[in-house]
Design a protein around this ligand. Structure first.
Ligand code: NAD
Ligand code: UFG
Length: 348
């Protein structure tokens, strides 16, 4: 019997890629999203890419904090597990407007946990973040490292992790996998789905991409005086399809009767500097990215990359793609959809 998975925030960047991998893997999915930071076109694209398995997906436009509406979704289907991506994620905005971040991320999660418990579904996979490591003293980051929030967004992730640990302590029927993502980039190789940020992109690769398609004149490099190989910060970039597959591995893990509330890094274990990433993108796209050197961005840690051992052992999962494939697929998506899902001349 195919398993039923509820995917909250499943129209967004990581969610849409995960829903596609779920469908292709034979799962049935119910997707919930308020479309606050996503386009409904992504739902149609995922359905199309999944072929006949696309019929195994239904979509509900609703806000996670709308408990009554969520109850209706749970009343309609018995879910084997929930994957919870929904949240606000712009670090800078969270500093300016902390309360909407805590309301959306915390209230949403608490509402979800309450409704899950009421319907006897106690299997959860949650999107946490490498931001939980703050500015790590050493690398690679292992899951046992001390946690540190650098901003309200990061704090919301730490709070939710703690809430999940407490919920599991209170009732051992809960099985919860907390996935700490490193830096997701790239797109599905078809070029039909990808990241489509609203407004000025906060993250490196969406910004680079918008320079390449002519939407912005140059990339501002925040900080060239770090103690790294070329002075720019080092991150662990991971292909979004690898990340999506990590969620399928986490679902398999939930079948293990010994699972309680566990945390896993999803990264590649490799550190890449900003300038190395720009060079890889230039090679993949054939486009020159003009650079403007600028001061450090407040709150940026110098070097962050993952220890991948625990995920390799515990989830039997390992990232397959490197930065060349990430940049190739990022460019494939962007060149076909220079204005994202709403591109007037989309070749999709
Ligand atoms: P995204 O914004 O593309 O996706 C999140 C989705 O959740 C969006 O489709 C949005 O419309 C939806 N959503 C938000 N609040 C909601 C609510 N109250 N009710 C229903 N739907 C709601 O972001 P993403 O990059 O796909 O990230 C997914 C998750 O992974 C987030 O929780 C994010 O914090 C986490 N994460 C992302 C990154 C990253 O760099 N992209 C890194 C680490 C962790
Ligand atoms: N950067 C630039 N110019 C830009 C954008 C980014 O130089 O226009 C630099 C940043 O200063 C940083 C590096 O590129 O040095 C990477 O920045 P990102 O914003 O792409 O990635 P972060 O590691 O800072 O943060 C991202 C998400 C967080 C998440 C974290 C997980 O924004 O939500 O990855 O590691 F928690």
């Amino acid at each position: 019997m195919a398993k039923n998975i509820l995917v909250i925030g499943g129209v967004g960047y990581i969610g849409s890629h995960t829903v596609l991998q779920l469908l292709l893997g034979g799962y049935k999915t119910v997707v919930v999203d308020n479309l606050d930071n996503a386009s409904e076109i992504a739902v149609a694209k995922v359905k199309e890419l999944a072929g006949y398995q696309g019929n195994n997906m239904t979509f509900h436009k609703l806000d996670l904090r709308d408990k009554a509406a969520l109850e209706v979704v749970f009343a309609g289907t018995k879910f084997d597990a929930v994957i919870h991506f929904a949240g606000l994620k712009a670090v800078g905005e969270s500093v300016q407007k902390p309360l909407p971040y805590f309301d959306n991320n915390l209230t949403g999660t608490i509402t979800l946990l309450e409704v899950m418990a009421a319907h006897g579904c106690k299997n959860l996979v949650f999107s946490s973040s490498a931001t939980a490591y703050g500015w790590p003293k050493v690398v690679p980051c292992t899951e046992e490292f001390p946690l540190q929030a650098m901003n309200p967004y990061g704090r919301s992730k730490l709070f939710i992790e703690e809430i999940c640990r407490d919920v599991h302590r209170s009732d051992s029927e809960w099985k919860i996998i907390l996935l700490r993502y490193f830096n997701p980039v790239g797109a599905h190789p078809s070029g039909k789905i990808g990241e489509d940020p609203r407004g000025i992109p906060n993250n490196l690769m969406p910004f680079v991409t918008q320079v390449a398609v002519g939407r912005r004149p140059a990339l501002t490099v925040f900080g060239t005086d770090y103690s790294t190989k070329d002075g720019t910060v080092v991150r662990d970039y991971i292909h979004v399809v690898d990340l999506a597959d990590g969620h399928i591995a986490a679902l398999h893990k939930l079948d293990d009767p010994k699972v309680g509330c566990e945390v896993y890094n999803l990264g590649t274990g490799k550190g890449t500097s900003v300038l190395e990433m720009v060079a890889a993108f230039e090679k993949a796209s054939g486009k020159k990215i003009p650079l403007v050197k600028s001061g450090r961005r407040p709150g940026d840690a110098e070097i962050v990359y993952a220890s991948t051992e625990k995920a390799e052992r515990g989830l039997n999962w390992k990232a397959r793609y490197g930065i060349d494939e990430m940049c190739r697929d990022q460019w494939n998506w962007a060149s076909k959809n220079p204005y994202g899902y709403e591109s007037p001349n989309s070749t999709n």
